[in-house]
Design a protein around this ligand. Sequence first.
Ligand SMILES: NC(=O)c1ccc[n+]([C@@H]2O[C@H](COP(=O)([O-])OP(=O)(O)OC[C@H]3O[C@@H](n4cnc5c(N)ncnc54)[C@H](O)[C@@H]3O)[C@@H](O)[C@H]2O)c1
Ligand SMILES: [Fe+2]
Length: 466
Amino acid sequence: MGGRNRAYQLLKTISSATCQCPAHSSGWSEMKHSSTKAAKSTDYAFEMACSTVRYGPGVTKEIGMDLQSMGAKNVMVVTDKTLSQLPPVKLVAESLSGHNVNFTVFDNVRVEPTDTSFKEAIDFAKNGRFDAYIAVGGGSVIDTCKAANLYASDPEADFLDYVNAPIGKGKPVFVKLSPLIAVPTTAGTGSETTGVAIFDYEPLKAKTGIANRALRPTLGIIDPLHTLLMPEKVAAYSGFDVLCHALESYTAIPYYDRSPCPENPAARPAYQGSNPISDVWSIHALGVLAKYFKRSVYNPDDLEARSKMHLASTFAGVGFGNAGVHLCHGMSYPIAGNVKNFHPVDYEVKHAIIPHGLSVVMTAPAVFQFTSGMNPERHLEAAEILGKDVTNVKREDAGLVLADVLREYMHTMKVDNGLGALGYTADDIPDLVKGTLPQHRVTKLAPREQSEEDLALLFENSMKVY
Ligand SMILES: NC(=O)c1ccc[n+]([C@@H]2O[C@H](COP(=O)([O-])OP(=O)(O)OC[C@H]3O[C@@H](n4cnc5c(N)ncnc54)[C@H](O)[C@@H]3O)[C@@H](O)[C@H]2O)c1
Ligand SMILES: [Fe+2]
C-alpha cells in the first residue's frame, strides 16, 4: 500500500472511531458499527441533493413566466383525471396561455402507477417531442412525469435499463433530461424534491422504482392552496407517508455503515443512510406533524394546518430523499402490489388500490418495535417529538412506546385495523415476503437485518394493529 493510501485509510479509521459529529454521537454508538468495518467497505461521505423549491399561496400563477424564461416552446403537462377538472391544472393552463407557452395536457396518469401506465406516458412524451414538463398532482403524477422525461430523453433505452436492480439494470443516467416543474397537490410524497419515481411492477406484484438524482425536478412549486381540495382520506394517507418518510430516514443506518463505498461519487446512491443534514429535515417534519396533522385532516379549510403539512412533506422529502427509507416502505411495495379488492373512500378511481401512505403505515408499529433495539435513543426521541412523555421510559421499551404512539395516530385518523382489514390473510404472507426480498435498496437501510422469518413475523404482527 502506498504511503498516501495508508495515511488515508488511517484517517478514515480514526475519524469513524473517534468522531464527535452529531451523526456519531446520537445513539448510533450502540450499534455494532466498528471502525474496522468502516475502513474496509463502508462509505465515509454523504451528499445532499434537493430540487429548488418555491413556496407561497397562489404561487402557481408564476409558472408561465418560468417556462417562458426557460425558452420552452412545447410543454407536456402531466396530471390525472381528477385533477384535470380542478383549479390546480386550470391555473397552470391559464398561466401558460397567458405567457404564450404552447402545451399539451396528458391526464391519463394512473393513481398508483404501474409499468404499463408509465409506458403510456412515456410513449406520449416520445411522440410529442416536448422540451419541458410540468407535473400537477400527487406522487402518482410527479413520478409518472419523471419517467416520461427520462425515457423521452433516451428513446433507445429499454424500460428496465434504469429500473432499480435487481429487478432492472439500475443503469446510471448520463443523458440530459429536459426541465421538469412539479406542482404537488398532496401533502405527502415529497416527490417534488427527490430523484425517485415509483411504480408497481405488475409481473412481480410489487412496487419498485427508478432512483437517480438526474430525475429530480428542476423546480418544485409548493402552493398550499391546492391542498385545501384534498378529501379527508387523501390528507390522512398522504400525511402518514410524511410520517413514515421522517421516521424511517431518521432511524435508517448511518451513511458510514452503508456499503459498498462507491469508487466514483456518481455511483453514491440517492438513499445513503441517515446523516446529520437529513436528520434535521426529518426531525423538523416530525415536529410539524405532531402539531398540524390531525387539524389538517379534519379541517379541510384550515389553511395554516394544510400549509404546514404541505411544507412538512417537502421537509421530509429532502430528509428521506438523501437518507432513504427502510422497512415500512420496503414491505409496502408488495402490500400495494398484491391488492385484492380494496377501494378506499375518497379516491376517485375504479381500480382496486391500497393508497401508498396506507400501505406504508400499516406495518409501522411492528417495524419500529423490531428496529428499536438497534437505536433506542432515536426511537424514543421520535416518540417524544410525536407527543409522548418519555421521561421514565426505559431504553428497552423504546419500540413499544413508539409503536403505541403510532397506533394512537392511526386510530385518530381512523385507519383500518391492519392488513386483515385490507383483505389479507395469513395465507398471503409468503407472497408478501417474496415481494419484499428484492427491495434491497431500502431494506438494507434498516438498522436491523431481517431474515425471511423476521419479515413473515412483521407481516403477521401487522394483520391487526389495534
Ligand atoms: N417519488 C417519491 O419520492 C415518492 C415518495 C413517496 C411516494 N411516492 C409514490 O407516490 C404515489 C402516491 O402519491 P400521493 O399519495 O401523493 O397520491 P396520488 O398522486 O396517488 O393521488 C391520490 C388521489 O388523490 C387525488 N388528489 C391529489 N391531490 C388532490 C387535491 N389537491 N385535491 C383533490 N384530490 C387530489 C388524486 O387525483 C388521486 O385520486 C405512490 O405511487 C407512491 O409510491 C413517490
Ligand atoms: Fe412514501
